[in-house]
Every structure is written in structure tokens, then in C-alpha cells.
Design a protein around this ligand. Structure first.
Ligand SMILES: NC(=O)c1ccc[n+]([C@@H]2O[C@H](COP(=O)([O-])OP(=O)(O)OC[C@H]3O[C@@H](n4cnc5c(N)ncnc54)[C@H](O)[C@@H]3O)[C@@H](O)[C@H]2O)c1
Ligand SMILES: [Fe+2]
Length: 388
């Protein structure tokens, strides 16, 4: 088979170890960080998740400022407020501790500190041509891969849409993967964020022109880790080995999708989340088996190769091996209590103008351009009806 041409980037240094967040000050000193802005959210502070980071910074005498006001699915107002605060306090760097909402906010705050605060002018892909201020990310969910990805999505609440910012210079300089930071993540969020990571891995695997052997190996290993650990992490949040497995998988899937893209499943989830405020990971999960069945026509051989690498299939033909993989995804969803239907997560029965508007949003979503199979309005409506 002829290989695609490809570019592969991973500008982020990745450090994985239990309790490594307690050594943040030594990393900060190494990177010449003088006065960081520590970005997080109230829930994490109340759960004590930030304690090792705060203790390390305080013990080292590194002066820092704090901004803990990030809401889930953060927005333009929050970014502007944090950037103004950082400017006032003359912060020269960023340390972000949180899920995708916190990490994405921190990325765009870093952009504002270096490029000015006109977010609308700075949105889009390949928007930057130089490095930003030093930035350390410590993920507290295992899902988005934002600690290594080149993108950030911030809500424009007035327009009911997400502004997308993309550049390899947005990626953090250092990601510290400390699974102890995830111990307090509730079971439902563990399941939903883990399914976001699985969707990244599966969509990155089958992207049309951008997929490469490097992204494929990362995707398959991320899938292996998630099939092995996600159910355990969801059932017993204190299982540190399971937390570690899902966290490393999420970062691997993040490196894969940031290089090869996602596809129709993310396009469906983005449109649904924008209209009905459904959780990103949960919505991806419900669309995942339907999106895989839709893509099977183009990606059967890639899914089959993954099923064989993962040991789920052997000498069966590609068609059967592909179905086995889709079945494994559905089995995992059931085992972690992800509902199989959109109706159970607050998505209404759509018809007429609403369905038309939703399908336009799906087909306009930037993720869909990397999908292996071309989709029409009828196709996305058919997927919606199956998933509803
Ligand atoms: N940049 C990217 O590459 C990328 C990729 C996918 C999704 N996203 C974005 O990420 C966001 C979703 O992020 P998310 O799914 O990680 O959730 P989140 O960051 O919105 O967090 C959800 C909730 O979980 C809580 N939480 C997080 N970690 C916790 C912990 N360890 N213990 C207890 N509570 C904890 C938070 O306080 C919050 O209330 C969306 O805005 C989505 O658009 C970004
Ligand atoms: Fe995602």
C-alpha cells in the first residue's frame, strides 16, 4: 500500500510519573519561569487537586498569581478576564491544572498575552508563527489530549458557537502526566472523558489523507490502553494503575489526532453540543459506533488491521474483523454505563428547520474535512436517526 505524505509534530515534552505534580517548581525553574499565572477551576481547588502544585511553588519561593474562575466549556469573557489579570500582575508564563476547559482557556490566554486580545482576529488555523510564553499543562481528566494538542476551543456564548484556535505554537511546552491528579474525577466524567480519548484514537486512525504510520501506532496503543483500563478506572476511581493507563492513552490519542485530525463523529458531537449543551465526550461516545459503521465503506481495512493488532480478530476477513471492533466499542460503552441513545442525554427529536440547521452545522464543522468518507445531508440525518 502506498503511504500518504505526512508531517508529524509533537513540540510538547511529556513527563509521566505518579506525584510528579509535586515537583512542578523544579520544572518551572528549569524553564526560566519567573512569575506564572496558575489557571484552574473552583471545583478542582475545592477537591484539593491543586495542593501539590501550590505547595511546590510556595516552598520554592517562586511568586505566582492565581486565576481559578474557568467554567466548564469556557468562554471569551473568561479568557479576557484572565488575560487582563495576567497583564496587570505582569505574569510571564502559565501553569494550567485542569480538564480540557482549563487547558484550552490557558492556551488562549497565552495567545492574548503575546498577540493582543482581539480573539476574533486571532481565531482560525495556523494563526501563529512564533513561540508564546512558557506554558506547563497538568491534565486532571483523561480525555481531551489538550495537554499536547495544537488546538483550543472557546465558546462565543452570544453566537452559540465555538471559536477554534489552531497552531503548533499553542501546544504547551511541557505536559506533566500525574495520575494522582485524577483520583477525584467522578465515575460518570471518567467514562465520558475516556470515550472522548477513544474517539480521538479511532478517528485519527481512519483520517483520509493525513493519517500516517506514526499516528496509527499511537492510535492503536491508545485504544489498547483504553480497552484495558477505562472500565476499571470508571468502576474504581482509586485504581491508580487504571488512572495511569487512561491518562497516557489520552495523551497518545491527543498526539495522534493533532497530527492527523478527527472526523465526522466530532463534527456530529460539536453540532449537537452547540445546540443542546451535551457533554463533548458523552456525545462522541453515542455517535462513535454509528460513525464507524458509516465510515466502514472506506476504512474497513484500517479498522480490521486495528482489530487484529489488538488481538480481537485473527484470520477473519476485513468485513468481519471491522464488525468485531465496532462490537468491542459497544461492549465497552455498556460496561461503563454510557447510554446508547441521544434521547437519554437531552437531545430532542429533531425535524424540519431544526434538523436542517443541525445538519448544516455538522457539514460546516472543520473536523469533517478529514473524514475518510464524504457525507451528505441525508447521511448525517440517517446517522442522527440511528443514534437518537
Ligand atoms: N484542545 C483540545 O484538543 C480539545 C479536545 C477535545 C475537547 N476539548 C474541550 O475540552 C472541554 C472538555 O474538557 P473535559 O472533558 O476535560 O472537562 P472539563 O475540563 O470541562 O471538566 C468538567 C468538570 O470536571 C471537573 N474535574 C476535572 N478534573 C477533575 C478531577 N480530577 N477531580 C474532580 N473534578 C474534576 C471540572 O472541575 C469540571 O467541573 C470542552 O470545552 C472541549 O471543547 C479540547
Ligand atoms: Fe474530542
Amino acid at each position: 500500500m502506498k503511504l500518504n505524505s505526512f508531517i508529524f509534530n509533537c513540540p510538547t515534552r511529556v513527563m509521566f510519573a505518579e506525584h510528579e505534580s509535586a515537583s512542578i517548581a523544579s520544572y518551572a525553574e528549569d524553564m526560566g519561569i519567573i512569575k506564572p499565572l496558575l489557571v484552574s477551576d473552583r471545583g478542582l481547588v475545592e477537591n484539593g487537586v491543586l495542593e501539590p502544585v501550590i505547595e511546590s511553588l510556595s516552598d520554592s519561593g517562586i511568586p505566582y498569581e492565581t486565576f481559578y474562575e474557568v467554567p466548564p466549556d469556557s468562554d471569551i469573557d473568561c479568557v479576557n478576564k484572565a488575560a487582563e489579570f495576567a497583564r496587570d500582575k505582569e505574569c510571564n508564563s502559565i501553569i494550567a491544572v485542569g480538564g480540557g476547559s482549563v487547558l484550552d482557556t490557558a492556551k488562549v490566554v497565552n495567545l492574548c498575552l503575546n498577540q493582543g486580545s482581539d480573539l476574533l482576529a486571532n481565531q482560525g488555523l495556523n494563526i501563529l508563527h512564533e513561540r508564546l510564553s512558557p506554558f506547563i499543562a497538568l491534565p486532571t481528566t483523561a480525555g481531551t489530549g489538550s495537554e499536547v494538542s495544537f488546538v483550543a476551543a472557546i465558546k462565543d456564548r452570544c453566537e452559540k458557537r465555538k471559536l477554534v484556535f489552531g497552531s503548533r505554537f499553542l501546544a504547551p511546552d511541557l505536559a506533566i502526566l500525574d495520575p494522582t491528579l485524577l483520583l477525584s474525577l467522578p465515575s460518570k466524567l471518567t467514562a465520558a472523558t475516556g470515550m472522548d480519548a477513544l474517539t480521538h484514537a479511532i478517528e485519527a486512525l481512519a483520517c483520509s489523507v493525513t493519517q500516517s504510520p506514526l499516528t496509527e501506532i499511537l492510535s492503536i496503543e491508545a485504544m489498547r490502553l483504553l480497552f484495558e483500563h477505562l472500565q476499571r478506572a470508571t468502576r474504581n476511581g482509586d485504581d491508580i494503575d487504571a488512572r495511569a493507563g487512561t491518562l497516557v492513552a489520552s495523551t497518545m490519542a491527543g498526539i495522534a489526532f493533532t497530527n492527523s485530525g478527527v472526523g465526522i463523529i466530532h463534527a456530529l458531537a460539536h453540532a449537537t453540543g452547540a445546540l443542546f449543551k451535551t457533554h463533548h465526550g458523552l456525545t462522541n461516545a453515542i455517535f462513535l459506533p454509528h460513525g464507524m459503521r458509516f465510515n466502514k465503506e472506506e476504512s474497513c481495512h484500517v479498522y480490521a488491521r486495528a482489530a487484529r493488532s489488538l488481538g480481537y480478530a485473527d484470520r477473519q476477513n476485513d468485513d468481519t474483523a471491522c464488525d468485531i471492533l465496532i462490537g468491542k466499542v459497544e461492549e465497552l460503552m455498556e460496561s461503563i454505563s454510557i447510554p446508547p441513545q441521544l434521547r437519554t442525554i437531552g437531545v430532542p427529536a429533531m425535524e424540519g428547520e431544526l434538523l436542517e440547521h443541525w445538519s448544516e452545522l455538522v457539514l460546516e464543522d472543520p473536523s469533517i474535512m478529514f473524514n475518510p468518507r464524504y457525507a451528505t445531508t441525508e447521511d448525517v440525518i440517517d446517522i442522527y436517526e440511528r443514534a437518537y
